[in-house]
Design a protein around this ligand. Structure first.
Ligand code: FVH
Length: 297
């Protein structure tokens, strides 16, 4: 199906799902002059958007039929599946942009559904909060139909900045899930450490300010160096040699334990360091732990 190039201000857009994010998406497109049709399971959430000029639809199928570009933003994959089942044949000839969070496998499954129903599919991950929509602070990952993305890129970029990762519909989710996981992995350790900071009578907010400064100054180069080391399989002594780093771990773990602070992650770090050193790699840095991850270590 030919996907006509979009005149981005004139493209009619349908938004399925008017939660915090879906409403922000619909409002962003309204503000930029698009004819917008909205639908939500709980119809009351469509009222503010109708007052802002959106057309409302009684069903998801009716909403999808109203526009060439259909954007779905629902709680999760199961919700999206239910709504797309209601859309059914109305998807034919449409470009379906699914901004619902989900796994790469779920994105590929949705892309298969779209293909079976005559629609072109773009998957997207939203790395932003609703108020960021329409600003450069909203970052999107996209994947799926290149032709559909090219035709509607200008419209999609009205939501924020975006990167297209390729025709495999799962690639946007790979990026999104990895970005979200990185944040959770970093922040859960930070939260546990704030318990230690507070238990020792230090001010958690002032400590957080110091960490923020350190992250801004040192972490970008460190993260890039670790990524390169993992890609190339060569592990320089980032953060110092493991033999030196490991010497601190028992004291660090004992300190946390003495304050009743979780030691799970620090015991994992120590175990990995000990394994890597025992394998003869004590001269490598923290990135040198990568080869012993996931091998039952
Ligand atoms: N909000 C955020 O900051 C994050 C930022 C990162 C990306 N996420 C993802 O965006 C999706 C939507 O999130 P949301 O914040 O809009 O979530 P809610 O405000 O809870 O709205 C959920 C909408 O989904 C509808 N819904 C839920 N279950 C069903 C269902 N079975 N059938 C049909 N619709 C369903 C719900 O409808 P209702 O409860 O109002 O009737 C809302 O429209 C999400 O993937 C985030 O991970 C946002």
């Amino acid at each position: 199906m030919a996907t006509t190039p979009s005149d981005d201000s004139a493209t009619p857009i349908t938004v399925l799902g008017l939660g915090a994010m879906g409403s922000a998406i619909a409002r962003t497109f309204l503000d930029r002059g698009h004819p917008v049709t909205v639908w939500n399971r709980t119809a009351a959430k469509a009222v503010p958007l109708a007052e802002a000029g959106a057309a409302t639809a009684a069903t998801a199928a009716e909403a999808a039929a109203a526009s060439p570009l259909v954007v779905a933003c629902l709680l999760d994959h199961e919700a999206a599946e239910e709504v797309l089942a209601d859309v059914g044949g109305a998807a034919a000839g449409k470009v379906l942009v699914n901004l619902t969070s989900g796994s790469p496998a779920q994105a590929r499954e949705a892309a298969r559904w779209a293909g079976e129903h005559g629609a072109e599919y773009i998957d997207g991950g939203i790395m932003a909060d609703p108020p960021d929509l329409g600003t450069p602070h909203a970052h999107f990952s996209f994947s799926g139909s290149r032709a559909a993305f090219d035709a509607h890129e200008a419209t999609l970029r009205e939501l924020g900045t975006g990167t297209y990762y390729g025709a495999d519909a799962g690639l946007a989710s790979v990026e999104f899930m990895a970005q979200v996981a990185t944040a959770y992995e970093l922040l859960i350790g930070f939260l546990h450490t704030l318990r230690l900071v507070r238990a020792e009578g230090a001010d958690p907010a002032e400590f957080a300010d110091r960490v923020a400064d350190s992250v801004a100054d040192d972490y970008p180069a460190l993260l890039r160096g670790i990524g390169k080391a993992v890609r190339d399989g060569a592990f320089p002594p980032d953060m110092g040699p493991l033999s030196v780093q490991a010497a601190l771990m028992d004291d660090l773990i004992d300190h946390r334990r003495s304050l009743g602070v979780d030691t799970t992650r620090m015991r994992e770090v120590k175990h990995l360091m000990d394994r890597r050193i025992a394998d003869g790699h004590g001269d490598e840095g923290f990135s040198g732990l990568f080869p012993v991850l996931g091998d039952g270590s």
